[in-house]
Design a protein around this ligand. Structure first.
Ligand code: FES
Length: 107
């Protein structure tokens, strides 16, 4: 009797093992580092966003919700001129400087 119970248990365990899901190997997926290397950018009025170095300033300002005044939009009139970390730059033609920032724009 005891041997029948043991053999029954062995069969049940073997059957259960057959229905177990195969092991799955999960590999880590590398993520682009762009989102991690974006610099903090602040415009007048406290409008903030994050952007990569080299991004067109007009686009960065729009992304932040900052409404700058523009005139010629060709870099000639100076209407859109701001200072970024103390250095003059024209939003219509300028690009965000390279680097980790943060970048603070003032008029
Ligand atoms: S709008 Fe004229 S220099 Fe930018």
């Amino acid at each position: 009797m005891f041997s029948r119970v043991v053999s029954l248990m062995v069969c049940m365990l073997a059957g259960a093992a057959a229905f177990m899901a195969p092991s799955v190997t999960v590999r880590s997926v590398s993520r682009p580092t762009n989102s991690l290397s974006m610099a903090d950018v602040t415009f007048p009025g406290g409008k903030k966003t994050k952007a990569n170095g080299g991004a067109p300033l007009k686009t960065v300002a729009q992304k932040a919700g900052y409404k700058a005044a523009y005139g010629c939009e060709e870099g000639k009139c100076g209407t859109c001129e701001h200072k970024v970390n103390g250095k003059k730059i024209r939003l219509c033609i300028g690009k965000l400087p390279a680097g980790a920032g943060p970048f603070t724009f003032t008029q």
